[in-house]
Design a binder for this molecule. Structure first.
Ligand SMILES: NC(=O)c1ccc[n+]([C@@H]2O[C@H](COP(=O)([O-])OP(=O)(O)OC[C@H]3O[C@@H](n4cnc5c(N)ncnc54)[C@H](OP(=O)(O)O)[C@@H]3O)[C@@H](O)[C@H]2O)c1
Length: 339
């Protein structure tokens, strides 16, 4: 299954990361989540060097965002960064965040959905009752993006620009797929989230599920949004960052060995965010998965009938769930997400 073996990934890593794409973001507003650590922090610094009119540094608290901004300013001299707080394990936080955005931002040219967690295969339920990697990595960013569609769409129309919706996925999408039993279940997302379903074996693949759902989100947005908005998913490569901080024992040792052998720095990985955000051609990147500054075909399973079914089903279920959580969602779907 999938077109990329582990060995192919290692060989690609060892080739070295392409240089960072550069550009001029004057007049533009850029937003990035998870901007205090790892790949997101480094991407925020790259954006800062391109002089956006506003750079919205999104972290789990305003204090973390302020700390990150102080470092961005010290390293780049850029003064246009603004802090915002977003807790992706809470749907309410996502909704409140967008209410705040609608009061304070007048445009949004680039949104980078970067924040994510890995729980070291542990089942942890959020306060909203969802398995945490599913909510933080997939459902939270999907709701966030959908609620931001009006401002993104208005930016495209009013300024005749092509905003990008950039979703950070992963090379791991080639390593597993979403189980047939969950896809066949009456409610796939609730099945995936349920404690009974989440055996240790399922939890070992859960991070992968969450990153597959990121690409499925991009596919759906590309199918339903007008051409003047470009959703794109990306693989930053295997990087040293805070992501695997919960790894223990044999897993920690294996990751350490991989890091020593071929990992990128977070700065190198962040170049792939910048490529997806400002590089390439809009028409070539729209709805695609990029890796090493080029389009990479997703896994055979994602392209299969079952993969497509999973994509349709999880999308419809998400819209139903989100519609009950935030009354803006059905309006947005009707107005902005047309076939
Ligand atoms: N590192 C890799 O090898 C690799 C490979 C492929 C893909 N990726 C992807 O790259 C992206 C960035 O990860 P990273 O490697 O840079 O890891 P990281 O250093 O752990 O950064 C993750 C960021 O997400 C934030 N975050 C975590 N939980 C959150 C929540 N509930 N609400 C809001 N923000 C939350 C973190 O905030 P706190 O600091 O407050 O926890 C942090 O800013 C992720 O999407 C990851 O899946 C990484």
């Amino acid at each position: 299954m999938g077109q990329r073996s582990y060995q192919e990934m290692v060989e690609e890593q060892k080739k070295g990361m392409p240089p960072v794409t550069t550009g001029d973001l004057t007049g533009k507003t850029v937003m990035i989540t998870g901007a205090n650590s790892g790949i997101g922090f480094e991407a925020a610094k790259h954006f800062a060097t391109m002089n956006p009119t506003r750079l919205i540094v999104v972290c789990r608290s305003v204090e973390k965002a302020q700390d990150s901004i102080a470092k961005i300013e010290a390293d780049t001299g850029y003064k246009g960064a603004e802090p915002m707080a977003l807790e992706l394990s809470s749907f309410r936080s996502v909704s409140e965040f967008v209410t705040q955005v609608n009061k304070t931002l007048d445009r949004l040219d680039i949104i980078v959905e970067n924040a994510a967690i890995s729980t070291n295969y542990e089942y942890i339920a959020t306060d909203d009752g969802w398995e945490s990697m599913l909510q933080v990595n997939s459902l939270g960013p999907a709701l966030h993006t959908i609620l931001l569609l009006p401002i993104i769409s208005n930016t495209a129309k009013q300024h005749s620009v092509v905003p990008r919706i950039v979703v950070v996925s992963s090379e791991t999408i080639f390593m597993a797929n979403i189980g047939s039993d969950a896809i066949a279940a009456a409610n796939t997302l609730q099945t995936l989230s349920s404690k009974d379903y989440c055996t240790p074996e399922i939890m070992r693949a859960r991070y992968v599920h969450s990153k597959i759902l990121n690409i499925m989100l991009v596919n759906k947005l590309a199918a339903l949004l007008p051409q003047n908005i470009v959703p794109v998913a990306l693989n930053p490569g295997f990087c040293v960052s805070g992501l695997r901080r919960k790894s223990r024992g044999e897993d920690a040792e294996r990751f350490k060995k991989m890091e020593d052998e071929f990992a990128y720095t977070s700065e190198e990985g962040s170049r792939q965010i910048i490529y997806a955000a400002i590089g390439g051609k809009d028409e070539e990147l729209r709805g695609k998965f990029t890796s090493y500054s080029q389009v990479l075909e997703v896994s055979d399973w994602m392209l299969s009938e079952e993969g497509k079914k999973a994509e349709d089903k999880t999308w419809n279920e998400m819209l139903e769930i989100f519609g009950k959580l935030d009354e803006r969602v059905p309006q947005i779907v009707a107005e902005y997400l047309k076939v």
